[in-house]
Design a protein. Structure first.
Length: 116
């Protein structure tokens, strides 16, 4: 993902790493579901290898509001228990963004942080 592509998760992660306030549009009650790219690729590969045809939903059926996303208490510990894949993928994204924003900087004070 691009650092500033306008998507909610990349915006939140980049803002949090920069220690900027989170931008929540509207009332924050709009919902989204998230999926890590490796899960989508895995689903596409299984579809291509299988015999079944028809529409398939390869997305994540769990949704939560933008306020729930912005109010998560620990980014790297990600306390949204029902979203295991999201919990595993988000730290990878944070690590990538941190490296692109700050280079090889290893600032221990930004290992975990709270959303405001």
């Amino acid at each position: 993902m691009c650092l500033d592509d306008g998507r909610v998760v990349s915006n939140f992660v980049a803002q949090a790493l920069r220690r900027e306030p989170m931008t929540v549009y509207g009332d924050g009650k709009q919902t989204r579901s998230f999926q890590y790219v490796s899960d989508l690729v895995e689903g596409l590969m299984r579809l291509m290898e299988g015999e079944d045809v028809g529409p398939f939903n390869l997305g994540n059926p769990s949704e939560f509001t933008m306020l729930e996303l912005a109010n998560a208490k620990e980014l790297l510990g990600w306390k949204l228990e029902a979203i295991c894949i999201f919990r595993e993928g988000l730290p990878l994204m944070v690590s990538d963004f941190r490296q692109r924003l700050f280079g090889d900087q290893k600032d221990p004070s930004i290992n975990t942080f709270s959303f405001v």
